[in-house]
Design a protein around this ligand. Structure first.
Ligand code: NDP
Length: 249
């Protein structure tokens, strides 16, 4: 099969498309001929750079500003992608935040910030997308985390938020399945992005030593899995979370 054609003309909204895993996913989809809505919250210049790379690689791109922690912005992002791309076939939700706090430092604001962006947004984005996604064949991919399955001190809220992503995906699959829309998640181990710069500066060698594949994961390692789940080839997978961590112990 010629997999280079799988995304030709497919209309894809990527949240968190300005940096990290979302940016890598957008660039790869551009090379596969997709029309990409590059979602971002604050980094307009970075989003424009990604959009330019998508176009240079052969795809089309629009940039879409919106804070997924704000419900009205989610509606605007989905509507903007639907109008700007002429329809919507795929949503890949890479917007997310990580903030760590030990038990004694947890506050209501800490909980709200993480849950708004990492959990409520997953539910509301799925709801908004489900209204306009092409069906059958629509695809939704969210990003969970290996920390959902192996939490560490100070990651309680983040780990819980990512466990919620996997549970939401599992549940929504049962509602979307009858329409032929799949919804899945990827749970990465540590990936080298802005989000993990401090952790990697402190623990890079130790993480490599604990990783059978003996390197630090890169955004492209996750982009490839998200793109597979978003492709027609993944039509018999729904409600699942794929853990991708290089075998981290
Ligand atoms: P980065 O910090 O590198 O990039 C985050 C992206 O999300 C940026 O594009 C940012 O936009 C966007 N974003 C953040 N908050 C919001 C918001 N409220 N509304 C809209 N956009 C937002 O993160 P990563 O690429 O590393 O992470 C992507 C996803 O993968 C996240 O869900 C993260 O939790 C998850 N993950 C990451 C891992 C890692 O090791 N890196 C491991 C496991 C999971 P802008 O720049 O415009 O603010």
């Amino acid at each position: 099969m010629d997999t280079s054609k799988l995304f030709a003309g497919k209309r894809v909204l990527i949240t968190g498309g300005s940096r990290g895993i979302g940016a890598a996913t957008a660039r790869r989809l551009g090379a596969l001929g997709a029309h990409v809505g590059v979602g971002y919250r604050s980094e307009a210049g970075a989003a424009e750079d990604v959009a330019a790379d998508v176009r240079a690689a052969g795809g089309n791109a629009v940039t879409l500003k919106g804070d997924v922690a704000v419900p009205a912005d989610i509606e605007a992002l989905v509507e903007g992608a639907h109008k700007g791309l002429g329809g919507l076939d795929v949503v890949i939700n890479c917007a997310g935040i990580m903030q760590n706090a030990l038990l004694g430092d947890i506050t209501a604001d800490h909980c709200r910030a993480i849950l708004d962006t990492n959990v409520t947004a997953v539910a509301l984005l799925t709801k908004a997308a489900a209204r306009v996604l092409s069906a059958p064949g629509g695809r939704i991919v969210h990003i969970s985390s290996r920390l959902a399955y192996g939490p560490m001190p100070s990651t309680a809220l983040y780990s819980a938020s990512k466990a919620a992503v996997s549970t939401l995906v599992h549940t929504f699959a049962k509602e979307l399945g009858p329409r032929g829309i799949t919804i899945n998640a990827v749970a990465p181990g540590i990936i080298e992005t802005d989000m993990t710069a401090a952790s990697l500066a402190a623990r890079r060698d130790g993480i490599i030593a604990q990783t059978p594949l003996a390197r630090i994961g890169q955004p492209d390692d996750i982009a490839g899995i998200a793109i597979f789940l978003a492709s027609p080839e993944a039509g018999w997978i729904t409600g699942r979370t794929i853990i991708a961590d290089g075998g981290l112990q």
